[in-house]
Design a protein around this ligand. Structure first.
Ligand SMILES: [Zn+2]
Length: 443
């Protein structure tokens, strides 16, 4: 049988930092503010047209004014009514949903989103590719403003720049976005790229990743290459954010609320940046890998169980931290970025990954004396860092998924935990898994 190569399409958004002078920034300010005014004007017109969501009709009504009064180019004068029409369409859907809800339950609230013309506050501007913006040689982009085109150098992630330079990506409509805090414009460029569809033979290694409280992430591949990523410093910083947030919440004054909003934004960005770079580090450490991560519901249960068991103040504190950190986001980044590194991520279930001995298969709570740092097998005496044990068990289960995939051609990543019978069958298969120093995945 001849093997076929299939492709999967994934969409990335490149965030390009535009290097602008002060004069160029003024030109960008002018066009983004004008675009926003045009959106609000058009929104009012659509409202007076019976809250119309018909883009063509709205465009007919406003096009000339958008060109003359707001100075927009032809493309942007079409983008504005398109965006307004789409906004009204979304709001109409909500109105209908709310109406249906009120028919079921008369006490449900009436949706008020269309009582007034919706207002646009952010100065984000849509640019059509090859019309409003296009890429030039020497890492420059040409974008249209009210006073003609600006050619600006840009910066971004090396990989994204490569896709743009090589023409290997299909580029879509972009957005000019203003970061108020940094007083800096960015061009957000969605691009669709084609990657070979994953296939069990393209992965060079199988990796397990364990997320946790002492270590953010511990990873290990089947050749015993381990990665420990301590979360101490980061969690301390996260805790400082939480404390500051709490005290502002208690104050409740106007200025406190304003500071709270800014603080929450900083906290969210801090968590996202940390998770994003951690995911990249894991993927760079294990290129072309088949990566198993724990299904997160299991992780939460495990934490709850531990904290109920009259554990020490220290453990409870750690559990609180663990619950607060956004592990789901970390795993999300991991799955999202994996295809770019020739890797893929599958979820395996987390049952007993922390209690099972990867050498003899013995599974018991007793293997984790005092739920501590060390895993000590009560049957064979094997001991290992407990998070590394978790990573190994996760990796072994991923190996099982991969073997099933290779033999059946069918990849089932998410175990159906609700089905008790298949769960029992799965657990009995897990019990057969053993780790030996030469655990070599049959690649
Ligand atoms: Zn053992």
């Amino acid at each position: 049988m001849q093997s076929k190569i299939f492709f999967v399409k994934i969409t990335l958004t490149a965030k390009l930092k535009l290097n602008h002078t002060r004069e160029q920034k003024a030109a960008l300010d002018a066009v983004t503010l004008s675009y926003r005014d045009a959106l609000n004007y058009t929104s009012q017109v659509a409202f007076e047209m019976g809250k119309s969501s018909n883009q063509a009709k709205i465009q007919k009504e406003v096009y000339a004014t958008l060109r003359e009064r707001f100075g927009l180019g032809a493309q942007m004068a079409c983008s504005v009514p398109r965006q307004v029409g789409a906004t009204y369409k979304t709001l109409w859907t909500k109105v209908k949903q709310a109406k249906a809800a009120r028919e079921r339950n008369p006490k449900a609230r009436r949706y008020k989103g269309l009582d007034n013309a919706p207002r646009f506050v952010s100065r984000t501007l849509s640019y059509q590719y090859q019309r409003d913006y296009s890429f030039k040689k020497g890492q420059q982009v040409s974008i249209s403003t009210l006073a003609g085109r600006l050619v600006l150098p840009y910066e971004g992630y090396a990989r994204h720049l490569e896709y743009i330079a090589s023409g290997g990506a299909e580029i879509r409509a972009g957005k000019l976005w203003y970061d108020k805090r940094k007083k800096q414009y960015f061009l957000l460029v969605p691009m669709e790229i084609e990657l070979p569809e994953p296939d069990p033979m393209t992965h060079k290694q199988v990796v397990g990743v364990d997320v946790g409280m002492r270590y953010f992430a511990v990873a290990s591949n089947t050749s015993n290459k381990a990665l420990f990523k301590s979360g101490k410093a980061t969690l301390r910083k996260a805790e400082r954010f939480q404390k500051a947030r709490k005290s502002l919440q208690q104050k409740g004054t106007r200025s406190a609320v304003r500071r709270l909003v800014a603080l929450s934004g900083r906290e969210r960005r801090f968590i996202a940046d940390t998770n994003s770079s951690l995911a990249s580090e894991i993927l760079k450490t294990y290129p072309h890998a088949f990566i198993g991560v724990e299904e997160l519901t299991g992780v939460r249960n495990r934490t709850e169980r531990r904290s109920r068991k009259g554990s020490s103040e220290k453990t409870r504190k750690a559990n609180r931290r663990r619950a607060k950190w956004s592990y789901a986001e970390l795993l999300g980044f991991l799955a999202y970025k994996a295809p770019l590194h020739g890797s893929m991520v599958v979820k395996v279930d987390a049952h007993y990954t922390s209690q099972t001995c990867s050498r003899c298969g013995h599974c018991s709570k007793g293997n984790r004396p005092n739920s501590g740092l060390m895993f000590v097998c009560q049957s064979c005496g094997y001991h290992l860092h407990s998070d590394l044990m978790g990573a190994r068990n996760t990796g072994l289960r991923a190996l099982l998924v991969r073997q099933d995939w290779a033999s059946t051609g069918c990849l089932s990543c998410t175990p159906d935990v609700s089905d008790a019978e298949t769960k029992a069958a799965r657990l009995s298969r897990y019990a057969e898994l053993r780790w030996s120093p030469d655990t070599s995945p049959r690649l």
